[in-house]
Design a protein around this ligand. Structure first.
Ligand SMILES: *[C@@H]1O[C@H](CO)[C@@H](O)[C@H](O)[C@H]1NC(C)=O
Ligand SMILES: *[C@@H]1O[C@H](CO)[C@@H](O)[C@H](O)[C@H]1NC(C)=O
Length: 416
């Protein structure tokens, strides 16, 4: 999850000014491929229906936050050249904060049998109707160990988490195990005054042993490290986890390696994370399936807490990153990105995804934040949770307009 992060953004937003005539009420005013008027006659406003169609509607029925969509200059290819497209299914991480404090009883399984949302139905819908093929399953470290640092996986808690993992695997998708602890346990940094690397490795050794025979499991060693005194020491902690996972028998699955600054895609190279993590290897000395884990939001402070989006991140983050990845022969997966269900986010997210797809040799894909226990957009500004009515699922604007590889998919009747 994206907490408060204040970065200096060197944004250069190119505004597309329209000099065309105004569209009439109920006339088209935008959408991909639309070359006609993009402003509406007085008394009406341009409202996004989906990425391909915006329409002038009487302004009295439109919330003030809805702005005219600017036609993306890069044609969205909807992620269909990317290897992985999916969404986070949050809930087991609830109760965790950026200090790595995780309240064990705050963990809320996103499964109906545990009085959560219908995460199983969500994943079935996303795979069947939207073409998603990966889900990230955040979980608090303390929940897995029932608050005993360095201890054994708690059988009762692990069984609940495994219910979500198996539900994910049952869809045929890939599933990321994400320890959502910000490189910390109760405020103390792993390998830098807090839990030892051996204690961190112990948890991963146990998890890897459990899932060693599941090729579709990805091991996300840590969510959003930040404010690390030493990035070199952090790379050693990551190395300990990688060695433990491989030695536990998970020899070929993808392991996701996160840098500092909340796994920022923008700062991955410049803050030293990338250079330090290049040193991390498999026990055989290779870097096969060691994939860098990067996050990026599109709002004004990269916090993932604001409704509106202000950037497609291409110039500031993705372009420099893909250049560096190619130079170093490496790849990255964007495991958190998202925005509000508004026109600005449709515009910029479509552009970001198009750029990622154009660079799918080094960007493996993206995982949105977030579905799971967050509920619909009326309850959480960055919700990507579909609304279920009976057996019919309806996606959010951002998912249906941009993030779903099956273009135009909006609802389906798959899953329960
Ligand atoms: C932990 O979570 C439970 C359940 O949400 C809550 O009742 C309790 O107050 C929380 N404890 C702390 C210390 O925040
Ligand atoms: C990589 O490892 C080498 C030695 O193994 C070390 O000298 C170097 O400082 C490391 N690089 C980074 C960026 O940590």
């Amino acid at each position: 999850m994206a907490p408060k992060r204040l970065y200096s953004l060197g944004l250069a937003l190119s505004a597309l000014a329209s000099v065309r005539a105004q569209a009439p009420v109920f006339g088209q005013c935008g959408g991909i491929g639309w070359t006609g008027a993009t402003t509406c006659v007085s008394g009406s406003v341009c409202a996004v229906q989906d990425a391909y169609f915006s329409q002038c509607v009487p302004s009295t029925v439109i919330p003030t936050s809805t702005a005219p969509i600017v036609i993306p200059t890069i044609a969205p290819v909807s992620g269909n050249t990317l290897k992985y497209v999916g969404v986070n299914i949050a809930g087991f991480d609830f109760g965790c904060n950026t200090d790595g404090d995780c309240n064990v009883s705050g963990a809320w399984p996103p499964l109906t049998q545990y009085y959560g949302m219908n995460g199983a139905g969500q994943m079935q819908h996303f795979t069947a109707d939207d073409g998603y093929n990966i889900f990230r399953l955040p979980v608090g470290w303390q929940f897995l160990l029932n608050d005993v640092v360095g201890g054994t996986l708690n059988a009762v808690n692990l069984a609940k988490y495994d219910d979500l993992v198996q539900t994910c695997l049952d869809t045929g998708a890939s599933c990321i195990i994400d320890i959502h602890n910000y490189a910390r346990w109760n405020g103390e940094i792993i390998g830098q005054g807090g839990p030892t690397n051996a204690q961190f490795a112990s948890t991963w050794s146990q998890l890897a042993a459990k899932y060693a025979d599941e090729p579709k499991i990805l091991f996300g060693v840590m969510n959003e490290p930040h404010d690390l005194p030493s990035i070199t020491l952090w790379a050693q902690s990551v190395q300990a986890a990688v060695t433990a996972i491989r030695n536990a028998g998970a020899t070929s699955q993808i392991i996701l390696l996160p840098g500092s600054d909340f796994a920022s895609a923008q700062q991955f190279v410049t803050d030293g994370s990338g250079p330090a993590l290049l040193n991390v290897t498999n026990p055989d000395g290779t870097t096969t399936n060691l994939i860098f884990d990067v996050h990026k939001y599109l709002d004004v402070d990269n916090s993932g807490t604001n409704l509106e989006c202000v950037t497609n991140n291409i110039d500031a983050a993705w372009a420099p990153l893909v250049t560096w990845l190619r130079e170093n022969g490496r790849q990255a997966l964007n495991t958190e990105t998202g925005g509000g269900n508004v026109a600005s986010c449709v515009e910029f997210m479509c552009q970001q995804i198009a750029f990622q797809a154009q660079n799918s040799d080094v960007i493996l894909g993206y995982v949105g934040w977030s579905a799971g226990n967050f509920g619909p957009p009326s309850e959480y500004v960055l919700s990507e949770g579909p609304t279920q009515v009976g057996t019919t699922w309806t996606d959010t604007l951002l998912v249906s307009s941009c993030m779903a590889p099956i273009a135009g998919a909006q609802s389906g009747s798959t899953g329960q």
